[in-house]
Design a protein around this ligand. Structure first.
Ligand code: DUR
Length: 300
């Protein structure tokens, strides 16, 4: 079959074994993955990688859907940086399609940005999702005609989903070395299915019924510190990966949801560099069982 022929609608890959959305195949992705939200951040952090084979360049492949994969080594250890873009559906593509083309146990770290809900998370903090993340979902069943009463709550809160403890602690340790201990903290992350409605932002254009959402969240989860759009999906899939994926996430607080301050671009980039190196170091120092996995007994 040719390059674009898909033979299986259940898990589509082309004739070369390339996944449908990320476009990579076995041998192109390392079992240590740093997932970042933007191409700019990925290219900036790729400066810290060496080519897998000396003398050759870094492996780089951007799929037709805009997922960029960069593979090289960090201080000798094979590692991939992958542009995940935003939101839970994209996090799902990245975790599942990489799992399908990587051999052995995997470690995935997300480096993202977030809104800060309360101390210790402050504007410019690097916040590790330790003990984990929960999910906030907008429920369409609550929204009938405007003004119509509904007994269905407009937003639902999941229970917390744990992160990998060792990987989360390694991330905090490496980040404290690079950012100083005062620049790093941890707490429960809240992952929302929108940047707007389910993060408590409001405009006059939509009936979102989210005026009390952040207060309700903090009432239910007094330990919640950050608000973003991907971490809970990553942690949920790692939890369900039959022991094959270890996952952790750290996010830079660039929006303060109490004061409404927003972090400047220069400061954001500085923090991305330092936090990014902390993520790379935490991944490189993680012990993985390379002999694990269904790939080793013949199936995918
Ligand atoms: N993000 C949020 N909310 C914020 C700040 C940042 O969701 O207040 C993250 C998650 C998403 C992207 O990937 O940044 C949206 O701008």
């Amino acid at each position: 079959p040719g390059k674009t022929d898909i033979t299986d609608a259940n898990f589509p890959v082309d004739g070369e074994g390339r996944t449908y959305h990320l476009g990579t195949k076995r041998g192109e992705v390392a079992n240590r993955i740093l997932s970042v939200g933007s191409e700019k951040r990925a290219l900036m952090l790729a400066e810290y990688l060496e080519p897998a084979v000396p003398g050759q360049g870094l492996f780089m492949l951007e799929s037709s859907r805009g997922f960029l994969t960069i593979t090289g080594r960090y201080h000798g250890t094979p590692l991939s940086i992958i542009v995940t873009h935003m939101g839970m559906a994209n996090a799902d593509f990245v975790v599942r399609e990489n799992r399908a083309v990587v051999e052995g146990e995997m470690a995935i770290v997300r480096l993202g940005t977030c809104g800060a809900l309360q101390p210790p998370a402050r504007l410019g903090s690097f916040v590790v999702a330790d003990p984990g993340a929960m999910l906030i979902r907008r429920n369409p069943d609550a929204f009938g005609l405007e003004g119509e009463q509904s007994d269905v709550p407009p937003y639902t809160f999941s229970r917390p989903i744990p992160s990998d403890t060792a990987l989360s602690q390694a991330l905090q340790h490496e980040a404290a070395l690079l950012l100083g201990p005062e620049g790093v903290c941890c707490g429960l992350n809240a992952t929302a299915d929108s940047f707007y409605s389910s993060q408590g932002r409001s405009t006059a254009w939509f009936d979102d019924r989210n005026e009390s959402l952040l207060a309700d969240l903090l009432c239910c989860y007094p330990e919640a510190v950050t608000l973003e759009m991907e971490t809970a999906m990553l942690l949920d899939l790692a939890r369900c990966s039959r022991g094959s994926i270890r996952a952790a996430a750290g996010v830079i607080a660039l929006a303060d949801r109490t004061s409404n301050d927003f972090l400047g671009a220069d400061r954001t980039q500085q923090l991305e560099r330092a936090a990014g190196q902390a993520c790379l170091a935490a991944l490189a120092h993680t012990q993985l069982d390379d002999t694990w996995g269904p790939h080793h007994n013949g199936s995918t």
